[in-house]
Design a binder for this molecule. Structure first.
Ligand code: MG
Ligand code: ZN
Length: 302
């Protein structure tokens, strides 16, 4: 007989007490791991103050406690390793996959580029109309890079740019949302420094590709720094690819070098997989090891 049924046989005063205990017990024991729109999805308690981290960009209104985050990261990564043989890859946008510049900052000699928008597949406009108009130049090899990375990694975009800007770039590099889905972190979610806390994957299985090291103060071991892509000249810099009427090579440019590096990382992470212990695999020492091997061969990623 259940406690509820039993309570009907009890005197009124005692029954009330038991009823109260039944109602309160789930929330008292619950650690409120997952809270959506201020309501714990496990015990239904409303929580006006909650310290968890927001994952609004993935699931509307969702917050997670520290414990829930550690647990979820581990489950997602281990599932991805076991079922898809995929690690996670976090990609920066500006100077990594694209170079964007305000049209007003273009050199006089490069202003004619604005007229080439529409006739080229690697040059696009953001916010048409002066003074806010910008030009977006896709890095050579970017489409092939994403296609091949998608075979080995679940991918995130992580940019200091705004949400609207990120959506415009994503329309150019991932219009069908095949590569990134809603795994896009922008200035709205992360206004200050970048952190893997916001990425739903175990840090032991995440590689970051970014041209800037300083924005990742706590995750440097996961970082693969790529040579900065700079196509346009601007008033602060005398060198640009465009000014010299050339661009990075499609075949042997920095994105191709990084891709080959990532293939090494992926191969070695999953090599002899059946003998590996899930709790001790870690991509970070592997990155260091492969990096020093590449430097030895004089193939530098940065
Ligand atoms: Mg950047
Ligand atoms: Zn709860």
């Amino acid at each position: 007989m259940s406690l509820v049924e039993n309570s009907s046989l009890e005197p009124q005063s005692k029954r009330r007490k038991i009823d109260t205990e039944i109602k309160e017990s789930p929330s008292r024991n619950c650690e409120h791991w997952f809270v959506r729109n201020k309501i714990c999805i496990s015990c239904n308690t409303t929580l006006d103050k909650y310290d968890g981290r927001s994952f609004d960009y993935l699931y509307k209104g969702m917050h997670m406690s520290h414990e829930a985050l550690v647990f979820t990261k581990r489950v997602i990564s281990q599932t991805s390793w076991l079922e898809d043989k995929k690690l996670h890859l976090v990609l920066d946008l500006d100077h990594t996959l694209v170079h964007t510049i305000k049209a007003s900052q273009l050199y006089e000699s490069e202003k004619c580029l604005t007229e080439e928008v529409g006739s080229r597949k690697d040059l696009w406009r953001f916010n048409s109309g002066f003074p806010d108009e910008s030009l977006i130049k896709l890095r050579p090899f970017v489409h092939q890079f994403l296609k091949e990375c998608n075979e080995m990694f679940s991918m995130y975009v992580y940019t200091k740019g705004g949400c609207d800007y990120a959506q415009v770039v994503l329309e150019l590099i991932d219009p069908e949302k095949i590569y990134f889905g809603n795994r896009v972190i922008t200035r709205r979610e992360s206004p200050d420094l970048k952190t893997l806390d916001l990425v739903l994957a175990d840090e032991r299985g995440v590689v970051i590709v970014d041209d800037k090291c300083s924005v990742w103060p706590h995750d440097k071991k996961n970082l693969l720094q790529i040579a900065k892509y700079k196509y346009f000249g601007d008033q602060s810099c005398s060198f640009s690819e465009c000014k010299n009427k050339r661009d990075e090579s499609e075949e042997k440019g920095p994105l191709d070098i990084v891709l080959r590096f990532l293939k090494d990382v992926h191969n070695e992470f999953f090599c002899d997989w059946s003998r590996k212990d899930l709790d001790s695999v870690d991509v970070r020492p592997l990155l260091k090891e492969i990096s020093s091997r590449w430097k030895h061969k004089a193939e530098v990623v940065v």
